[in-house]
Design a protein. Structure first.
Length: 292
């Protein structure tokens, strides 16, 4: 009986040197995908989107600088409205430095303050009109009286602001001379008494409603803030009107004056503050600046 080798399994014998393919379902792939940083794609997108924005911004900055430096936008005209006493030359002098600046960058508030430095200017407004015009609208102070300060005369408005020294150029103003407005006269810087200017303002405002009387008033003394004392043209008497009903009391005096002087009586003091009678005094020596 012959020897029998080990028994081989059924099927084809194995072929040496030829690898047998394995089932890939059970193998981990040898090549692994690389890791991507989170947000890298977003950063690239932002950079791509931002480049045009930066370019536009740079162009805008350059264009803005070119516009500001353009001669076409330099202020070369001042259009003044509301000026009466101030001339065009006066206003341009007050706005020295505005011409030639860029209309877009000019500091209009600073130039407005330069205008307000003038005692004639109560208020001002500046506005831009492209390409090169600045409109200037003024509210000038309105003088209501000529205030006597020592030997000098000054224009004063209703707020008690001393506008300017009264001179020949203001002779067209039909204003009465008012004494007693300055509490403490000072040659360099007179100060107006607020109570006195208030009385003068009330008197002159009421007087403006009676043009026929306004023309006759020559001087007013408000040294006593409760008594407006008035001198009429061609009449030597100082009329004490108190602090109200000024027009009615002046008319009452004018109605009685012919009878009072009918017998040649001379008087220079008339008190009209009492409703039922007129008090007359003869021969009183009174100066415009004296206090009662």
């Amino acid at each position: 009986m012959s020897a029998v080798g080990p028994r081989r399994g059924r099927g084809l014998p194995p072929t040496p040197g030829i690898p047998v393919p394995s089932d890939r379902r059970f193998r981990r792939p040898d090549i692994r995908p690389g890791r991507r940083r989170p947000g890298a794609r977003g950063i690239r997108l932002l950079v791509r989107a931002g480049l045009p924005v930066v370019a536009v911004a740079a162009a805008a900055i350059w264009l803005g600088g070119a516009v500001l430096e353009s001669r076409l936008l330099e202020v070369d005209r001042l259009l003044v409205r509301g000026a009466n006493r101030l001339t065009q030359a006066d206003v341009e002098l007050l706005l020295d430095g505005l011409r030639g600046t860029s209309i877009l960058s000019a500091d209009l508030e600073a130039f407005r303050q330069q205008l307000l430095a003038s005692p004639w200017v109560e208020d001002a407004m500046l506005s831009r009109v492209l390409p090169s015009t600045i409109t200037v609208r003024l509210v000038e102070r309105r003088p209501i009286a000529v205030a006597r300060v020592g030997q000098a005369l000054h224009l004063v408005d209703g707020a008690g602001v001393i506008i300017e020294t009264y001179g020949p150029e203001y002779r067209d103003l039909d204003l009465p001379i008012v004494d007693g407005l300055v509490a403490a006269p000072a040659a360099d810087e007179p100060a107006v008494d607020r109570a006195a200017i208030a009385l003068a303002g009330r008197f002159l405002t009421e007087l403006a409603t009676a043009p026929d009387l306004h023309e006759q008033v020559s001087q007013v003394d408000v040294s006593n803030p409760h008594d407006a004392v008035v001198l009429l043209d061609g009449d030597p008497a100082w009329l004490h009107l108190g602090d109200e009903a000024f027009v009615d009391r002046l008319r009452r005096y004018l109605a009685w004056a012919p009878a009072l002087r009918a017998d040649g009586q001379v008087f220079d003091y008339v008190d009209l503050r009492l409703a039922d009678r007129i008090v007359v005094r003869e021969g009183e020596q009174r100066t415009a600046s004296s206090r009662e």
